[in-house]
Design a protein around this ligand. Sequence first.
Ligand code: FAQ
Length: 330
Amino acid sequence: MYTQALNSSDGDDRGIEDAGRAAQFQARIDADDRIEPNDWMPAAYRKTLTRQISQHAHSEIVGMLPEGNWITRAPSLRRKAALLAKVQDECGHGLYLYAAAETLGTSREELVDGMLSGKAKYSSIFNYPTLTWADIGTIGWLVDGAAIMNQIPLCRCSYGPYARAMIRVCKEESFHQRQGFEIMVTLCRGTAEQKAMAQNALNRWWWPVLMMFGPPDQASQHSDTSTKWKIKRFSNDELRQKFVDATVPQAEFLGLTIPDPGMKQNANGNWEYSAIDWDEFKQVLAGNGPCNRDRLAARRKAHDEGAWVREAAAAYAEKRKNRQLAQAAE
Ligand code: FAQ
């Protein structure tokens, strides 16, 4: 729907690549100008942003599933209300992000089809199961914590609609992180069994959370161009390190042990972590993680069951348009 408000690329020269325009575009980026939907942009900039923003949107939508599983089993009304609000927020983030991606000229239907057909990626982290209530605390603490670390710099991304969407998303993620940490504090101050449950959840989520930041810098195929275009302000490894350094004292506060016996603090104060199992990451990206098939099946079912809503909305929009046309003609 947002694409309707944009200039059409038919008959204009937005698609034509030339060195002069590319140099002007890069000069705008270097001057920290914001690029807006109707501005000229290189096709590769449009493509990489459509890829990243839509993957981000898919992650928010698929990310509702692991936590959604626990809404009916939340241990109190207060926890249930907070979890409901959080999962609803993730849905809202997905919708702002699809709207931002649409401003680049791809329709929402195409974007969603990319995810449902398995062509487009979503974050690896949402292919892991939520086995206990402590997983809900751990997701808020670590997954939202990692998301904030990655997304705060995106508030300064060169593409205006994405950067603006990120401001609100980050504010909400910050509430999510706190609700997760508060669950962890409660469990860690509870019975020995509750604390063991918290430790077990940390043990299972720690390494997959580190993988959320993407492959190591030398294997990151998009980093160079995304950095040149100020989509990325920090590399995957830089953000991963910032996250580890911020999280170690939080684990200490909780009295939990990070499941990495080889971890040590270096002279600069940074926590050096052991080697990440990148084969596991590749397997998850290839569709072979513990929950990949379930997640896609759940999304496809929801999409099919929602067809009548889309049809009703389209019929209503058509009726409204015809009524407005008739009124204008009177
Ligand atoms: N999972 O060259 P790079 C959240 C892919 S939102 C799956 O380094 P790039 C909120 C990458 O796409 C979480 N795929 O790529 C929440 C590329 O493949 P492609 C999502 C991954 O783009 C909390 C290939 O590997 N956040 O958690 C992953 O420069 C709780 C090579 O990688 C965002 O999307 C991965 N972890 O850097 C919701 C943030 N990592 O596309 C519910 C925005 C890499 O060529 C509950 N995105 N790949 O087929 C970004 O910042 C970047 O896209 C990175 C990857 C940093 C994720």
